[in-house]
Ligand binder design. Structure first.
Ligand SMILES: Cc1cc2nc3c(=O)[nH]c(=O)nc-3n(C[C@H](O)[C@H](O)[C@H](O)COP(=O)(O)O)c2cc1C
Length: 377
């Protein structure tokens, strides 16, 4: 049986379901062209805005690693350490919309069959800002973007009316989505912040505004660790730090939980999963929860900036998975998408052991102290 990697997501045909997310891997024309050459099914551009952007002095992103020797989590590079997470306080693209438009045009001319989604961001709370969203949407789609991703999720914008501050506000999510939908001729995705208790509430608001898909997660609000020797934050400017975003392996289970909340609430809607993906097994978790595409940032940043090795592994993993399950009649992602969505239930619905088996006799479960002699009687 032949393997079919392609997916149809929000009316767009992707050669495969693996996308580079909006971040440094998609910040330039040359990166995006290299990404398509490497085999990514789509890219979401680094977020484009209309307001001037000036990043902090020094490093905008770093990586935390952990090692079995000391179990410490640190940005210090040491041999044998495994990736724990990325940490960044990078703002949206510092390039103007005028810089981006001819590049979007040229990329689409070079790769007409690959999908380019323009990530955009403006403010909120007044008509002028809603018009800014509409201008960004019109300009990007006129330049050839196949879709729009509304950034309601950057955790560290220097303006209060932007980014995750929109994603935390049900009303703003609806109003901004609706404003963009009024002018959009291409699908509109909303990228939500995970920094909210009930993300399905904001997802519902975006769908009410007309969103075609929800994307999650952006990075989780976090601060760098303090070096025990110098007593300084591992990233700082003049000794100072502000809240930034955590990505990579550390957020995989957290992001899956957010995704599960949304796909259960809206089983018939479209979702794109992000967070901690570096190989197919991780992408599979998102697909089994109901996602139709997945996106990658941190692992691609560490693999020649655009992840040629990562996309190779993802494609090989998908092919091998479909071949392994050919006997079940699975020939495409759609055949197993959402298969485990309904296995997430309330704690109270999980079966309890018979009283005699409680704590498995004398075998202490990992993380629990063994029963004392008195308890055993
Ligand atoms: C340095 C850096 C810059 C980022 N910039 C953006 C951005 O401009 N817009 C956006 O929507 N997400 C941005 N992100 C978030 C990523 O697209 C992605 O949602 C997040 O890193 C989680 O995926 P990962 O675990 O694969 O890294 C950025 C992430 C990093 C590390």
């Amino acid at each position: 049986m032949s393997v079919n990697r392609s997916v149809n997501f929000t009316g767009l045909r992707f050669e495969n379901p693996f996308l580079l997310s909006s971040a440094p891997p998609t910040e330039s024309e040359s990166n995006i062209l290299r990404a398509f050459e490497a085999g990514w099914g789509g890219v979401v551009t680094k977020t484009i805005g209309l307001h001037p952007v000036v990043n902090v002095v020094g490093a905008k992103a770093k990586f935390m690693r952990t090692s079995p020797e000391d179990a410490s989590v640190s940005m210090r590079k040491r041999p044998g350490a495994a990736l724990h997470s990325s940490w960044n306080w990078e703002l949206i693209s510092d390039k103007t919309i005028e810089w981006w438009l001819p590049r979007i045009r040229r990329i689409k001319e070079a790769f007409p069959d690959r999908i380019l989604i323009a990530s955009i961001m403006a403010g909120s709370g007044n008509d002028k800002e809603l018009q800014n969203w509409q201008r960004l949407a019109r300009d990007c789609q006129d330049a050839g973007a196949d879709g729009l991703e509304l950034n309601f999720s950057c955790p560290h914008m220097d303006r209060r009316d932007m980014g995750s501050n929109i994603g935390r506000d049900e009303g703003l999510c609806s109003v901004v989505t609706e404003a963009v939908k009024e002018v959009a001729s291409v699908p509109v995705w909303c990228k939500l912040t995970p920094a909210t208790a009930q993300i399905e509430v904001e997802a519902g608001a975006c769908f009410r505004g007309g969103a075609d898909a929800i994307v999650s997660s952006n990075t989780f609000p976090s601060i760098p660790l303090i070096d025990p020797e110098t007593l300084e934050f591992e990233i700082n400017v003049d000794g100072y730090v502000s809240s930034g975003g955590l990505g990579g392996p550390a957020i995989l289970p957290l992001s899956l939980a957010k995704m599960g909340q949304m796909t259960r609430a809206f089983p018939d809607r479209s979702f794109s999963g992000i967070g901690g993906i570096s190989d197919f097994s991780q992408a599979l978790s998102y697909i089994l929860l109901g996602c139709g595409t997945v996106q990658v940032c941190t692992s691609a940043m560490l693999d020649q900036a655009v992840g040629p090795g990562v996309i190779k592994r993802l494609l090989a993993g998908l092919d091998a998975f479909l071949e392994r399950h050919a006997g079940r009649g699975w020939t495409a992602v759609e055949d197993f998408r959402g298969l485990r969505r309904d296995r997430i239930v309330s704690q109270s619905d999980i079966r309890r052991p018979d009283a005699a088996d409680y704590h498995s006799g004398y075998e202490a479960a990992e993380g629990y102290a063994p029963p004392t002699a008195v308890e055993r009687q």
